[in-house]
Ligand binder design. Structure first.
Ligand code: PEP
Ligand code: MN
Length: 321
């Protein structure tokens, strides 16, 4: 039976001729388009780690967190000046003042900024400050906003709609590309499934990473903060995402000495945890030869009995399974 409007992954070359790997053989079967954001290279040799508050709340909070994110070794600063909140009565972000605070935070730390734009009328204003524009999950289907951000020429972080299929997500990216902007980074941030809300905020779909990479040459990163909604899950989810081939991470960080965050405090990690994630990311994305050399060097420094245990472990893991 054929149904109107139904598409499958086989239709990707038709839906996304600009972004489909099959239609653009210059990227080969595995090549990634490197998206450069003020010198930070998404899809390059190293995973990119972005950290920062959910929302820009004050100068002290954002600049303080930016410094902590920089000390932790991360590459970029995140922070929403405009927040898509479930209730219109909740804190909506600090708007233009928030954008000014973000530019001060960049001056203080040198970290490039990614921030969300929700309204096509605000694209120019946000693009004047941001190094990268974020399209949030709720706006992934907002085609006029997608076309508008495609026209300003800044790199785009395109979050996956919380109920979007891979076809719909790549179709949204194609709307941006159609305006002549192929500097798009996909961001998986969790999807709705039956357990969402029971023990985690959404269901982190790690399987989509290799699937998206098969279909498009765009880099893909993961937001473990909104995907889990639980700060204790963020570090293991980050590691898992990198193991599945994510080109980077977008993580919410908080410091309660600046007061309780106005939104998403329960999923924010502290700077020390971010530093551990950065360390893991640096080791994980290095060239495989560098990694194996480091492993050999580390093994040489282990006390003798640990080396023996290690060698037994490697024998076991090399047994046929
Ligand atoms: C965010 O990253 O600030 C955010 C609101 O995320 P999402 O759009 O994925 O809910
Ligand atoms: Mn948030």
């Amino acid at each position: 039976m054929r149904i109107a409007g139904q598409v499958s992954l086989d239709d990707i070359p038709n839906i996304c001729p600009l972004l489909s790997r099959a239609v653009n053989p210059q990227y080969g079967e595995k090549g990634t388009r490197v998206v450069d954001v003020a010198g930070v290279r998404f899809g390059g040799e190293q995973a990119v780690v972005i950290g920062g508050p959910c929302a820009v709340e004050s100068h002290a909070q954002t600049v303080g967190l930016a410094r902590a994110v920089k000390r932790a070794g991360a590459d970029m600063l995140r922070g929403g000046a405009y927040k898509p909140r479930t209730s219109p009565h909740d804190f909506q972000g600090s708007g233009l003042e928030g954008l000014c605070i973000l530019s001060v935070a960049r001056e203080e730390t040198g970290l490039p900024i990614v921030t969300e734009v929700m309204d096509p009328r605000m694209v120019g204003e946000v693009a004047r400050v941001a190094d990268m524009l974020q399209i949030g999950s709720r706006n992934m289907h907002n085609y006029s906003l997608l076309a508008e951000v495609g026209r300003v020429g800044k790199p785009i972080l395109l979050k996956r709609g919380m109920s979007a299929s891979l076809c719909e997500w790549l179709g949204a990216a194609e709307y941006i590309a159609k305006q002549g902007n192929l500097n798009i980074v996909l961001c998986e941030r969790g999807i709705r499934g039956f357990p969402s809300g029971e023990y985690s905020r959404y269901v982190l779909d790690l399987n989509v990473i290799p699937a998206a990479k098969m279909l498009t040459f765009l880099p893909i990163v993961v937001d473990p903060s909104h995907a889990t909604g639980v700060s204790a899950m963020v570090e293991p989810a980050s590691r898992a995402a990198l193991e599945m081939g994510s080109h980077g991470l977008l993580i919410e960080v908080a410091d309660y000495t600046f007061g309780e965050p106005k939104c998403d405090g329960l999923q924010a990690i502290d700077a020390a945890t971010l530093a551990r994630i950065v360390e893991f990311a640096r080791a994980r994305r290095e060239e495989p030869e560098v990694r194996s050399q480091k492993t050999v060097a580390a093994a040489a420094n282990l006390p003798r009995h640990r080396r023996e245990v290690r060698s037994q472990e490697s024998e076991v893991s090399s047994l046929p399974t």
